[in-house]
Design a protein around this ligand. Structure first.
Ligand code: DX5
Ligand code: ZN
Length: 218
């Protein structure tokens, strides 16, 4: 079963509640929330205040993707804002093991995110501590970029690593996902597909969500 996680980054920021209601009605179960700090990535988005303001209006699972330096300073705030999942980038965490535990202690499910240039080696000693690995398929910071095809091999290798380890860990992919590459990323081993432009960038969000879901399930 593939999960499509629409990314709010591509939504109309003046109509967030309507945008969320629309994809929920289309059948979405997750919402991907991109948090950017202007330091780790060259862009700014929104913080825990916006996440907690949206929380009462939807049952969607909130998948918070922290693209911030020192994510340990923000975990509690996003947990209290209603995040179910919190992803931290390995590139931002010299004490990754501790940060993963901090996410779990805050009551959320921990995930680690990898930039395209980051290898899988750093995962060896934390894989059994996390519930998901987020493979960035573009360089983080902006929506609407092109999927990096070599990431398919990284997803395949990660799927092998997870299988060998025996624990259930989801693979999420993020960046440039569309109906054209959804089947390929799923075949490589991804179970959660983040999509911004391919959903909120389309005139008909419901049709776009359904088309992506259909493409991914083939
Ligand atoms: C990029 C973000 C993504 C972004 C994806 O840094 O992490 O979640 O919203 O956007 P698309 O689907 O347009 O590539
Ligand atoms: Zn993201």
């Amino acid at each position: 079963m593939v999960i499509i996680a629409p990314s709010l980054l591509a939504a109309d920021f003046g109509r967030l509640r309507e945008e969320i209601a629309c994809i929920e009605a289309a059948g979405a179960t997750w919402l991907h929330l991109d948090i950017m700090d202007g330091h780790f990535v060259p862009n700014l988005t929104f913080g825990p205040g916006v996440v907690s303001a949206l929380r009462p209006y939807t049952k969607l699972t909130f998948d918070v993707h922290l693209m911030v330096e020192q994510p340990e300073n923000f975990i509690q705030a996003f947990a209290e804002a209603g995040a179910e999942w919190i992803s931290v980038h390995v590139e931002t965490c010299p004490h990754l093991h501790r940060v993963i535990h901090q996410v779990r202690e805050a009551g959320c499910r921990p995930a680690v995110a990898l930039n395209p240039a980051t290898g899988l080696q750093g995962l060896e000693w934390v894989l059994e501590e996390v519930d998901m690995v987020l493979v960035m398929t573009v360089n983080p910071g902006f929506g609407g970029q092109r999927f990096i095809p070599s990431m398919l091999r990284k997803i395949e290798e990660l799927a092998r690593l997870i299988k060998a380890q025996g624990k259930e860990v989801l693979i999420e992919v993020d960046g440039g996902i569309s109906a054209d590459n959804a089947a390929a990323v799923c075949r490589a081993g991804a179970q959660v597909l983040v999509a911004g432009t391919a959903i909120f960038g389309q005139q008909d969000r419901v049709a776009a969500f359904k088309a992506l879901h259909y493409a991914a399930s083939r």
